[in-house]
Design a protein around this ligand. Structure first.
Ligand SMILES: NC(=O)c1ccc[n+]([C@@H]2O[C@H](COP(=O)([O-])OP(=O)(O)OC[C@H]3O[C@@H](n4cnc5c(N)ncnc54)[C@H](OP(=O)(O)O)[C@@H]3O)[C@@H](O)[C@H]2O)c1
Length: 260
């Protein structure tokens, strides 16, 4: 008989857990026996359908919580739901918005909205979740989702990339503040162009083909590439905190850009 997973029975909150990448992560963690809180903003039916499918396996409990992460009530509801399922252990914040400007150049309102969606909500949820873990004294693992654009410079992404870069800094600050006897680790995954969720349509339209044809990457990312990275950070015995793992097939190395 195989050993039980080290995540079995460990409650994990997946904010944005019914999106493109989140769905694959939710299935993987649930298969390991982790009770899940799935957070969504607007797509209630999609989140409920995923919860129903996971419950149908007869495995660990799954609940859904709807609402905008920038609202304190949503963050409280997510942490409360985790405490009701058991002892909160893992938080993965996949919630994010591509913040595509309506007219090419991001307006003040669009940049402020991106800051709320991609920094304010995620970092405050991480702080609340860490406080719950510290209160329980049982440790925890927090993983925030940035982007390759938050760790390298890609043109035309001021509205999206700025707040995602701030998220990396905020995560490292939290990791530092949470040092000490209670082991709550905070790390960041920065995906490249991944064939799921918010990038799926653009990939199908050929927007990023130049990266493959120009030799920057050998293929587009898959959600499973990100699941492996998140799973590494969630491992209870993990000794890593305050770090960023860029999962982009080497795209940020820009092997396609050759010096003259
Ligand atoms: N796909 C990629 O290539 C790629 C590349 C780089 C970085 N990323 C990052 O990876 C993460 C997951 O991306 P994805 O492709 O899976 O995107 P997705 O399919 O659009 O999923 C995003 C999820 O976040 C939720 N969400 C968005 N804003 C929210 C808010 N303010 N409050 C609460 N929930 C919110 C959405 O809920 P509803 O749908 O219910 O509204 C959805 O469940 C994002 O942070 C994204 O920036 C993705």
């Amino acid at each position: 008989m195989s050993e039980p997973s080290t995540l079995a029975g460990r409650v994990c909150v997946l904010a944005g857990g019914s999106g493109g990448i989140g769905t694959v992560l939710a299935r993987a963690l649930h298969a390991e026996g982790a009770p899940l809180v799935l957070g969504y903003r607007r797509a209630r039916e999609r989140a409920e359908a995923l919860a129903v499918a996971l419950r149908a396996t007869g495995g660990a409990a799954v609940v859904t919580v709807g609402g905008d992460l920038a609202d304190a009530a949503t963050r409280t509801a997510l942490v409360t739901a985790a405490c009701e399922l058991g002892v909160p252990y893992g938080l993965v914040v996949l919630a994010g918005d591509p913040a595509r400007p309506a007219s090419g150049v991001a307006t003040q309102a669009e940049i402020e909205a991106s800051l709320r969606d991609n920094y304010v909500g995620p970092i405050l949820l991480a702080r609340s979740f860490a406080a719950a873990c510290e209160q329980n004294g049982t440790g925890g693992a927090i993983v925030l989702f940035s982007t390759m654009q938050g760790v390298a410079l890609f043109e035309g992404s001021l509205g999206y990339a700025g707040p995602k870069a701030a998220l990396v800094h905020g995560a490292r600050l939290l990791a530092k503040e949470l040092g000490g006897p209670t082991d709550v680790r905070v790390n960041v995954v920065a995906p490249g162009v991944t064939a799921a969720g918010m990038a799926e349509k653009s990939i199908r339209a050929g927007k990023y083909d130049r990266f493959v044809h120009g030799g920057a990457i050998r293929r587009f990312g898959r959600p499973e590439d990100l699941v492996r990275a998140v799973r590494f950070f969630l491992e209870p015995d993990n000794y890593v905190t305050g770090q960023v793992l860029t999962v982009d097939g080497g795209l940020t190395l820009r092997r396609d850009v050759v010096r003259q």
